[in-house]
Design a protein around this ligand. Structure first.
Ligand SMILES: Cc1cc2nc3c(=O)[nH]c(=O)nc-3n(C[C@H](O)[C@H](O)[C@H](O)COP(=O)(O)OP(=O)(O)OC[C@H]3O[C@@H](n4cnc5c(N)ncnc54)[C@H](O)[C@@H]3O)c2cc1C
Length: 338
């Protein structure tokens, strides 16, 4: 049996149990608390905290989410710390971080793999329980033998069949993505821990849905586009702007949307047409944020935005929307893919 530690929050009289080996962040979310976070992989810094009492082990001491000065002051990341005793911590929290569906760990078997582009594939996993998440969320995948955990967004929809789908991009030399592409076979077991993430579809937002994705950011935005099928389409057809480097990076989104019942406008954009001169391209060329104004009719503040992809893409889009077009920040939802 694993030990359980009591983690107390400095503010108020709240505490939560944390099993040995679980991170402070994930244990708190499992208990329905709302500790601040975004990426869950040590990169964004949203879950930094002060350890007031007790002892923790840091799983990723060189995590980029903390500046050296912050480390010197004793700051730590709740997504990378596991307790070694009862602890008291001081950390930011808020109702927006509370999980509607509490994250849980389940075993899953790889059931299929299907290429989407030369370096992206849909990996499907079967589990014995219904698959519960909100469109746009992600899960933490751990593969026995690799010893590392990574975040991947679900590209399908919640379902009773226990089916989880992820669109994963092969990262050159990447530990986990290389293992998934080169070694994982159909029938192999992994562990899925989720759902996590706050960039999920706001079903009651009275605005047109706009998804903006780059690279493997396709997965959560595709899930959101699929989920739009069940919503009243009174604010205009959902729009998806997708950025890749070359024509080969553009997925067949019409095919991926088949059977979802959702109609969307898909606008691909490539940034390096010369890198693949062999494939003809007559579409938009440039960076995704450069096409937002021209491709979306009407005031930009009239839309609800869901962004997923590399941090520089997200930063350019958020700057354009918030600074130049005064789109309220609470209409923009994103997970940066570190
Ligand atoms: C919220 C979120 C959603 C994502 N969704 C997707 C998706 O849908 N599809 C997709 O293809 N990719 C997605 N990613 C990126 C994905 O999680 C991986 O970063 C990517 O696959 C590269 O992993 P790798 O192991 O192959 O590469 P590596 O270069 O081996 O690892 C890079 C990642 O691992 C972290 N890392 C490195 N060392 C450690 C360590 N010691 N302990 C803990 N973490 C460490 C880094 O901070 C970085 O995030 C997402 C990322 C985030 C944050």
């Amino acid at each position: 049996m694993t030990d359980q530690y009591k983690i107390s929050l400095a503010a108020g009289d709240t505490s939560f149990p944390c099993e040995e080996g679980d991170t402070l962040l994930r244990a708190s979310l499992r208990q329905g608390l709302g500790l601040a976070y975004e990426c869950n992989v040590g990169a964004c810094g949203s879950c930094k905290f002060d350890l007031l009492e007790g002892e923790v082990a840091d799983l990723f001491p060189e995590a980029p989410g903390l500046r050296p000065k912050e480390r010197e002051k004793g700051k730590r990341l709740a997504c990378q710390c596991v307790p070694l005793s009862n602890c008291t911590i001081k950390i930011r929290s808020g109702p927006e971080y509370v999980s509607t569906i509490r994250p849980a760990r389940i075993n899953a078997r790889c059931s299929s793999r299907l290429a989407v582009t030369p370096d992206m594939a849909i990996f499907s996993f079967a589990t014995d329980l219904p698959t519960e998440f909100l469109a746009g969320q992600y899960a933490m995948l751990s593969i026995p033998g690799v010893g590392q955990t990574r975040a991947y967004s679900m590209s399908n929809l919640p379902n009773q069949d226990g089916n989880w789908e992820f669109i994963i991009r092969r990262v050159p030399e990447g530990k986990v993505s290389s293992f998934l592409f080169d070694t994982l076979e159909v029938g192999d077991e992994i562990s899925i821990d989720g759902p996590y993430g706050i960039a999920y579809l706001r079903q009651d937002a009275p605005r047109r849905i706009v998804g903006i994705a780059g690279g493997s950011g396709l997965a959560p935005v595709l899930s959101i586009m699929r989920a739009s099928a069940g919503l009243p389409n009174t604010h205009g057809m959902p729009v998806m702007l997708f950025g890749g480097r070359t024509p080969r990076d553009i997925p067949d989104v019409a095919k991926l949307m088949e059977g979802s019942g959702a109609g969307i406008v898909f606008n691909p954009i490539i940034s390096a047409p010369d890198a693949d001169a062999a494939t003809a391209w007559t579409g938009d060329t440039g960076f995704v944020h450069e096409f937002i104004e021209s491709r979306l009719a009407g005031p930009l503040a009239d839309n609800e935005y869901y962004l997923a992809g590399p941090p520089p893409m997200i930063e350019s889009v958020v700057r354009l929307l918030v600074s130049d077009h005064k789109v309220p920040a609470n209409q923009i939802h994103f997970d940066r893919f570190f």
